[in-house]
Design a protein around this ligand. Structure first.
Ligand code: FCB
Length: 434
């Protein structure tokens, strides 16, 4: 039996575009994901987030569900174009009202709201002006952050500026798998820099509005491991870590880009102004880590024989322990939270209305053990948010990949708690994992 500390926070996570729907209702502006998903060929089977889980209309019932599960915290994101339809200037009061009601409903259910300001849905109007490639976006983001916190900061204490800057930069601007679907590595690196700078400016802006907030950022990180005995492969381990992980960690915690990676990028390296790195390296109150799998070098895809999820991702719980230990030894970090971890599997609802998702349950169970191992070794981790509360719009995979601990029938919007959800609820109640 593995016992977690009594004040450990148990939650689940979602994001606005993946669940809200109501993409063009009550004054919401268009986002880059609205545009991208409506562009033929970009998303599996042409799926869009137009309706998604219809959470915009069903949030009260969804919060009830969270209460029934015993969640202590709920990590959601705010849609920038719902609040500011063109990204700046004119405010959409109905948008702010929605998040206001959501927060009040959560608090009434005794669930702590954890808000992410940017989970990938940039206002399309700002993209039309050049998007994250433009340095002036940083100031617009800080203004948006201040606006939201003026409204919600009296009730929301925990704030995350960005979710996974790596994905915004590289999936959005290098591989083109995500909105806005561009393919230009030089641009991707400049975008990464502007996102980091926006994080620094927004952190300052949030604190200027209120001094009592807890502010942080969420990074997706992978341990990098060679899985073949080959010196050339081994030699790639550190550069891969530097390009993918240290590229974000070092500016945040050391006010510098990792020098070897910077040199290797040569002319692709971003333009960085004099005080940018000092602005980026704001002291933080928390850091969120999203962990799904490791980067295994020396093979194409997952190592042969590895267990994989529906995403094709290797199930590798010990990678979470390795990752946390490395971070702990190399950086001076604020308290850590696992802000996402979970797995996509094919689910079926039985005639009796059950969803027996033993593999997802096992995935979460093993990762909680791995997390506990890291904590036992001295890593300061204070909470865990399973991804995701609901099956939802899984970006370029549309509704084809289900990560929820609650099943959603996208025809009827009926929610059914999966076995993993029932089990997670017991974990929360007992504070321990068998
Ligand atoms: C993460 C995203 C989240 C979800 C999971 C599966 O990269 O933050 O929105 O798509 O992956």
């Amino acid at each position: 039996m593995t016992v977690f500390p009594p004040d450990f926070i148990w939650g689940s996570a979602t994001s606005a575009y993946q669940i809200e729907g109501a993409w063009n209702l009550e004054g919401k502006g268009e986002s880059i994901w609205d545009r991208f998903s409506h562009t033929p060929g970009k998303v599996w089977r042409g799926h869009t987030g137009d309706v998604a889980c219809d959470h915009y209309h069903r949030y009260r019932a969804d919060v009830e569900l969270m209460r029934d599960l015993g969640l202590q915290a709920y990590r959601f994101s705010i849609s920038w174009p719902r609040v500011l339809p063109t990204g700046r200037g004119q405010v959409n009061p109905a948008g702010l009202d929605f998040y206001d009601r959501l927060v009040d409903t959560l608090l009434a259910a005794n669930i702590k709201p954890w808000a992410t300001l940017y989970h990938w849905d940039l206002p399309q109007a700002l993209q039309d002006g050049g998007g994250w490639a433009q340095r002036d976006l940083c100031a617009h983001f800080a203004d948006y952050a201040a606006l939201v916190v003026q409204r919600l900061g009296d009730r929301v204490q925990d704030w995350m500026t960005f979710n996974e800057p790596w994905c915004t930069a590289f999936l959005g601007h290098d591989t083109g798998e995500h909105a806005p679907g561009l393919r230009d590595r030089r641009l991707a690196l400049q975008v990464a820099h502007h996102v980091l700078l926006s994080h620094g400016l927004a952190t300052q802006a949030l604190r200027a509005v209120r001094g009592d907030l807890r502010v942080g950022i969420v990074l997706n990180l992978w341990p990098v491991e060679a899985v073949v005995d080959d010196d050339d492969v081994q030699a790639e381990v550190e550069p891969t870590w530097q390009r993918n992980c240290a590229w974000f960690l070092d500016p945040l915690y050391r006010a510098a880009y990792p020098s070897a990676a910077l040199a290797a990028y040569g002319p692709l390296a971003p333009t960085v102004a004099a005080n940018d790195l000092a602005t980026i390296a704001q002291p933080l109150d928390l850091m969120g880590i999203n962990y799904y799998h490791r980067i295994a070098l020396g093979v194409e895809g997952p190592p042969p024989g590895a267990e994989v999820t529906e995403m094709g991702w290797e199930v590798y719980p010990q990678g979470l322990t390795h990752l946390l230990q490395r971070l702990h030894h190399e950086y001076r970090l604020p308290p850590l939270y696992i802000t996402e971890n979970g797995a996509a599997y094919v689910d079926t609802v039985t005639p009796a209305g059950r969803v027996p998702d033993a593999r997802r349950l096992e995935y979460v169970r093993q990762h909680l053990h791995a997390l506990h191992d890291a904590m036992a070794a001295g890593v300061d981790v204070r909470g865990y948010f399973v991804w995701s509360l609901l099956d939802n719009f899984e970006w370029a995979h549309g509704y084809g990949k289900r990560f929820g601990i609650v099943h959603v029938d996208f025809d009827t919007q009926v929610r059914t708690v999966k076995e993993s959800g029932r089990w997670y609820s017991q974990v929360i109640g007992r504070g321990q994992v068998s």
